[in-house]
Design a protein around this ligand. Structure first.
Ligand SMILES: Nc1ncnc2c1ncn2[C@@H]1O[C@H](COP(=O)(O)OP(=O)(O)OP(=O)(O)O)[C@@H](O)[C@H]1O
Length: 554
């Protein structure tokens, strides 16, 4: 909570109390005259700035009440300040709070009026001009402060119009437009001391107080008039005593008011956390004080920023230097790392190049090996088929069918490649032997019979023509050997099934190297006629070929 009264006010009040009896009438008349002159001056300027229409509620020579009512809505003030400093008040609430239409201000419009006034006061304060209290616009308020503010604004405007050279001066007092840094006057030591005694005041509130004090300086104001009036009829030797008396009263009053303010502050601080405080609408004075406090805090921040001690600057400089050194070191490290990475990359590139070369050589070797493998395979194939040739291009095997029970077999003896048969008496009793590539006895299995023909199947895939056929009288077992019995099992499969099975098995093994197309024909030679067993048309039943296998390299 900031202090909401000024030294000038206190002095004014004290002086008013002092010697009030003797000079009351005369003083009032002088003050009224002085105030009226200033008010008219302010009015003329306002009407000039915003025009007679804009200031329609403000007569050329308004009474104190008329002046207050005309400005109460804050609209006129906002228009004026926006003329002086465009955009100083960004939003001006218009209409309902117009004092003319709502003379006493309805509950709703009071708040809107206050918004205008508050915005105006904030803008004025930011410009460094003397302000007034929002309550000064209410009945019983001090219109002299409003007039003073308007005249200050006028002075500021004139200063701007003349080119804003040097510093802006108002009423003979030098006042920088920029945010103030030191508001303590040289001749205000007693007040300083007095304020120092109130050690509970923080710097912000102290500055608020001093800003208020400064803003209230007005040589031509009623304060000076009062002082002059008090001292006018005194003898010179009475003046020091009188001044001392007035000053001591001012001190006393001032301290009392500060004490009251802090008491109020403490009371509201206690009330706040208890939750007893209801949601009351803040009074215009409270809001004004809060706004002012914020503005002063902001000014203080700027002030502190501009007045950083040398030690702090040195400390910051050292800190920046340290950060700079660290960053410099980091950059060096990074450069070093970059160099290491670069050489690493070069090494990797060389290694990669070598490995690619090695890999190429390996691939080359593999290609050679593959080519050698194919050569060897080819040689192997040739050798293999040469072996088959050596075994004989035509091989004849004999298989003896198991005999029927109670019938004597004609077979006398079976050896590896020879079968001996008992010859009937009519052909001359005795034995006759026949030679074959191999003779299979009655107990020979299907697998044993196929084992001797198996190598020929591989020759088929190597491009050789192979023919396997069975020859014999009716019922001798040709179908049994080539196909198998009616109830076919894996073990009883004959040569055809086994040969085809091997054919597809080898084709699958060689699929990466060769692609084989396999086709099948079924023919029979019966009664010296070759017939196509798969032919559907009668004319094509006679066919001269047994198997045809096509192969090609991939
Ligand atoms: N090695 C064998 N083991 C067991 N049974 C056999 C054998 N050889 C042939 N047979 C049987 O003998 C019978 C006649 O055989 P198969 O039909 O194979 O003779 P085939 O020579 O084909 O006769 P066809 O010329 O009249 O067709 C069949 O019942 C068959 O099962």
């Amino acid at each position: 909570m900031a202090l909401s009264f000024s030294v000038a006010n206190v002095m004014e009040d004290v002086l008013q109390q002092h010697d009030n009896r003797s000079r009351e009438l005369d003083l009032d008349s002088r003050r009224a005259e002085e105030a009226a002159t200033r008010r008219y001056e302010a009015t003329v300027w306002i009407r000039k700035m915003i025009g007679v229409v804009g200031a329609r509620d403000l007569p050329a020579e308004p009474s104190e009440e008329e002046f207050r009512l005309a400005l109460r809505s804050g609209q006129v003030l906002c228009y004026v300040i926006n003329k002086v400093e465009p955009g100083a008040v960004t939003k001006v609430v218009e209409g309902p709070c117009d004092s003319a239409s709502v003379p006493d201000g309805a509950a709703l419009s009071i708040y809107q009026c206050f918004e205008n006034v508050r915005n105006f006061l904030v803008a004025v304060e930011q410009m460094g001009l003397p302000t007034f209290e929002a309550s000064d616009l209410e009945q019983g308020g001090k219109s002299s402060r409003i007039v003073n503010c308007v005249l200050a604004l006028k002075s500021f405007h004139e200063w701007k119009q003349t080119g804003a050279n040097g510093v802006w001066k108002f009423g003979g007092n030098v006042k920088p437009v920029a945010p103030s840094k030191n508001f303590i006057r040289k001749n205000s030591e007693p007040f300083k001391n007095s304020l120092s005694r109130n050690i509970s005041m923080n710097e912000t509130s102290m500055n608020a107080q001093l800003v208020e004090t400064e803003n209230s300086k007005m040589p031509n104001s009623s304060l000076n008039m009062l002082v002059r009036a008090v001292l006018m009829d005194k003898k010179p030797d009475e003046v020091p005593v009188l001044v001392e008396s007035v000053l001591s009263k001012v001190m006393e009053e001032f301290e009392n008011r500060i004490a009251n303010q802090f008491e109020l502050k403490n009371t509201s601080a206690k009330d706040a956390p208890t939750g007893n405080k209801t949601f009351l609408k803040p009074t215009s004075d409270e809001i004004k004080v809060e706004d002012k406090k914020r503005a002063v805090v902001k000014k203080n921040q700027n002030f502190h920023e501009n007045s950083i001690p040398d030690e702090e600057k040195k400390r910051r400089q050292q800190k920046y230097q340290m950060l700079f050194d660290i960053q410099e070191k980091d950059i060096k490290d990074l450069k070093q790392t970059l160099s290491v990475i670069k050489s690493g990359m070069q090494f990797m590139q060389m290694k990669f190049h070598d490995e690619i070369q090695n890999f190429g050589m390996h691939v080359h070797g593999l290609a050679n090996a593959a080519s050698g493998y194919h050569r060897v395979l080819e040689e192997n194939r040739k050798l293999y088929n040469q072996v088959q040739d050596l075994k004989g291009n035509i091989r004849v095997y004999c298989r003896v069918r198991p005999g029927k029970l109670n019938l004597q077999s004609v077979v006398d003896n079976i050896e590896e490649g020879t079968i001996t048969i008992n010859t009937p008496a009519k052909y001359g009793k005795g034995c006759r032997s026949f030679n074959f590539n191999k003779v299979f006895g009655p107990s020979a299995t299907q697998a044993e019979v196929f084992a001797d023909t198996r190598p020929l199947i591989r020759s088929v895939l190597d491009g050789y023509n192979v023919c396997i056929f069975a020859y014999g009288q009716t019922g001798s077992g040709k179908t049994h050997t080539m196909t198998g019995p009616k109830d076919l099992t894996e073990d009883s499969q004959g040569v055809n099934y086994r040969a085809l099975s091997d054919l597809f098995f080898l084709a699958e093994q060689r699929k990466d190297t060769f692609e084989y197309n396999v086709s099948v024909q079924m023919i029979e030679i019966y009664d010296e006629q070759v017939r196509d067993l798969l032919a559907t048309e009668g004319l094509n039943k006679r066919y001269p070929f047994l198997f045809a296998t096509v192969y090609k390299f991939k």
